[in-house]
Every structure is written in C-alpha cells, then in structure tokens.
Design a protein around this ligand. Structure first.
Ligand code: BJ8
Length: 425
C-alpha cells in the first residue's frame, strides 16, 4: 500500500479507516483461497498482481483518464452495452459487489431481505469504500429486477445515475423498446463525454470488446478438456477481472494464459485428477470477491468447469456482428446481441434452460449446482423450471441458496459433500 495510493483514495473521498479494514481482510482471504492452490498456471500471475493492487493501478489509470478530460462510466449489469462507452472515449467499469463487508452498512437503509449483490453495491457507495465508484462520473443502472431498480433511485441521491429500461419479454415490441434504450444510452454518453459516437469509433470499439469475448471463449473452451487445465476459481477470477481491467490489456493476458493452457491440454496436464466430479454452476452472478461456492466445491474435491452466469458464459458467448454500417445499423446489432443474454429477469426465459443443458453436455459435467443469491426471486423461481429440465435430461442438480456471509459454510459443505458422493464416477 503506497503513500501515493493513500493520497489518491483521500482525494477520491474514500473513508480510509473502513477501506483499510476491507483491504486488510482481503489479503489473507486471497492467500487462503487462491495462492494456496497447487500447480496454478503461470499466466495467473497477472491476475494475482491485479488483485494484489486492486484499488491502486487501475484506479490510477481511471484518474489519469479523468484528468485528461475523459469520463468513467460504472455499471452493474452485462446489459449495459460497453461498446458505446468505449466508442465515446469513456472507460466503462463493472463494479464489484461481491463482499459481505459492505452489506451491514446498506442494511441501515435498504430492507434486509434484499439480495446481497444489491446491498453490497449500495454499501460501497454509502460507506465511501470503493474507489471505482468514487472515480466514476456516471453510474448506469438497469431495470432488470425490482430490488436493483428501486435501489438505483436511492443511489441517485449520492451520485449521478442513469437507468436503462431492460424489457421483461423477448417479443418484437420488447426488442423495439430495447433498441430505443440503446439509442438513448448513446445520446446520454455523447452528452456526458462531449464526444460523438461515429460509425468508425463504434466499429472499432465493437472489435475490441469482441476480441476480449473471443479470448474468454477460448479460455472456457480449454476448460472442456479432461483433466481440466485450470481451476474453476482461477477461471472465475479471470472473468471477474475482465469487468474492470483495460479491454486490450485484459484480452492479451487472457490469450497469454490460454497459450499456456493449450500446452497443458496437449500434454494432458491438469490441476485436478481426470476423475474428479466436473461441475457446471448456473445462476446468479458472482462479483469479485465472491469466491465462496467455487472454493467450497473445489476444496471438497470437485472441479468447476463452467459458469452459466453473467460472470461466465452470459458475459461473452455472443459477439456483435462486425460488418460495420451506419451508426444506426451498428446500434441495432448491439441491441440484438444484448437481447441474447438469457437473464432470469425475462419471462419466459426458456433459452436459458436450453443453454444449461447444452453447456452441461459440452463441458461433460457430472452435475449442475444452481446458485441462487438469497432474496433473488427471479433466479429462485426459475430454478423450479431448471430442476424439471435437468431431471428430464438426466443431469443431477443441487440447488443452493446463499448470501455472502460465512454463516452457512458448514451446512453448504455437508450438502456439497453429499452431492459429490452421489455423482462421483
Ligand atoms: S443480466 S443476472 S447481471 S440483472 S441477484 S441484483 S437479479 S435480485 S444480478 Fe444480473 Fe444483469 Fe441479469 Fe446478469 Fe437482482 Fe437477482 Fe440480486 Fe441480480
């Protein structure tokens, strides 16, 4: 922790006492969960470095960008089209909201029976703990779930917030509404930055974001190998970092990691023996530093090989067509691509059920763990259909509902041990 960082955090209005407590807690957790793993790929060194200075270097880059007249746009959901922000020379950052640390603060204002992701996000702002929030000029929310959309109203009392309306259905009319929202977002970003989103800039930005998507697709494809060349925890971390690191640098680092994993796959080298149970996790997103479920599963002798999640396949599976065209044509392509994110906020959302079965087969999993953040009603209700679909497909399922606290870890371990025992080959 350098004096330079402390000065920067002070300038950003960070509550240093709380912030010190957060970082002091994060170090030992990271040591226990990540650095204690055996036979990690060398390419994870970059991601360890990024987490080791999680509120330093990247925040400094954002500050430098702001000092040069640029804008920083913070987001909470994969529905916000980052291409548009990049095209206007703004930097988008996905805010992390994966720690229990900020939850009690949020509970002073928000109802306790709100999901941990919402409480964690709000607590970060309320407690002035997160330099990414403090460094952002605009927070872009969405209407994906009731808890979030009402929280954004309260958040707007503390920082500028703009909310995109994500439709609840996938009909033609809903798609028109969303296309209009994407156009309106472009106008908001142009006004914020003072920069016009031109066809060239948009096409360039689309290419950059697609490159990162391709790199993450490559990483996930490598996880199909048996033995698996990288732990689920490490793959999760890579995806989490991709939300806030520079898009070009992150793409390069993911590809470097994949080059190494190619070698491992070719020589049959894995991080776990080939016969460990392979698990697909499906459900609510896991924002950094939410590593709880992966850690329990992999400590119990399983390998997490895929996440059907917004910190997973929903983040990068579909590309935006790169066939250029006018700004309007490109925005339409962007809108169409984002409507392929099968979030449980949609009704019906049967495409997600198809995805889970397809991924379970492609990654040759022995079982699916459905991960539900407590008080997330969309995913909890959709789990009923997930259960039926997987039963019909003959794929074992374990449903987990949890939050960010450690209180239920013992109980989760017992249930996970029993599930792994049942599916072990
Ligand atoms: S596209 S999954 S990132 S909304 S867990 S806050 S839904 S109560 S996070 Fe999400 Fe976008 Fe959908 Fe993905 Fe609400 Fe549920 Fe909490 Fe959630």
């Amino acid at each position: 922790m350098t004096d330079d960082n402390r000065q920067m955090w002070t300038d950003l209005g960070i509550d240093l006492e709380r912030h010190d407590a957060l970082l002091n807690a994060l170090g030992p957790i990271y040591q226990e969960i990540y650095l204690s793993q055996k036979n990690r790929p060398e390419g994870m060194g970059f991601f360890d470095f990024v987490v080791g200075d999680i509120h330093g270097i990247r925040v400094r880059e954002l500050r430098q960008h702001a000092m040069n007249g640029g804008k920083v746009v913070a987001t909470y959901c994969v529905f916000v089209p980052e291409e548009i922000a990049w095209a206007a020379d703004a930097i988008p950052v996905g805010l992390c909201a994966g720690t229990q640390f900020s939850v009690p603060l949020a509970e002073e204002i928000l109802p306790r029976n709100t999901c941990a992701l919402i409480k964690s996000s709000f607590g970060f702002k309320l407690g002035r703990i997160c330099p990414y929030v403090q460094a952002s000029h605009l927070i872009v929310g969405e209407t994906t779930c009731d808890g979030k959309k009402k929280m954004f109203e309260i958040l707007a009392q503390y920082q500028p917030v703009y909310v995109m309306e994500v439709p609840s259905k996938k009909t033609r009319l809903s798609r028109e509404l969303w296309a209009g929202e994407v156009l309106a977002f472009k106008e908001v970003i142009e006004k914020l930055t003072g920069n016009e989103v031109t066809a060239d800039k948009l096409s360039q930005a689309t290419g950059l974001v697609n490159e990162r998507r391709r790199a993450l697709q490559r990483l996930y494809n490598l996880r199909k190998a048996s033995p698996v060349p990288i732990s689920g925890k490490d793959a999760l971390l890579v995806t989490q970092v991709a939300f806030y690191d520079d898009v070009t640098r992150c793409t390069q680092q993911v590809n470097t990691l994949c080059d190494e994993l190619d070698g491992r796959v070719a020589s049959g080298e894995g991080v776990f023996p080939a016969d460990v149970p392979r698990i697909l996790i499906s459900g609510s997103p896991m924002a950094i530093p939410n590593w709880k479920l992966h850690h329990i599963l992999e400590s119990a002798g399983a390998a997490v090989v895929c996440e059907e999640s917004c910190i997973g396949t929903r983040f990068f599976s579909d590309l935006v067509p790169e066939n250029g065209g006018t700004v309007e044509e490109q925005l339409r392509n962007i809108a169409d691509r984002y409507m392929q994110i099968h979030c449980a906020c949609f009704t019906p959302n049967d495409e997600r059920l198809d995805d889970i079965v397809r991924l379970a087969r492609e990654y040759q999993v022995d079982g699916v763990v459905h991960y539900n953040l407590q008080f997330c009603h969309t995913y909890a209700n959709e789990a009923v259909k997930v259960e039926k679909t997987l039963a019909e497909a003959g794929i074992p399922l374990l449903r987990i509902e949890t939050d960010y606290s450690d209180e239920d870890v013992g109980q989760l371990r017992t249930r996970i041990d029993a599930f792994l025992e049942m599916i072990r080959r």
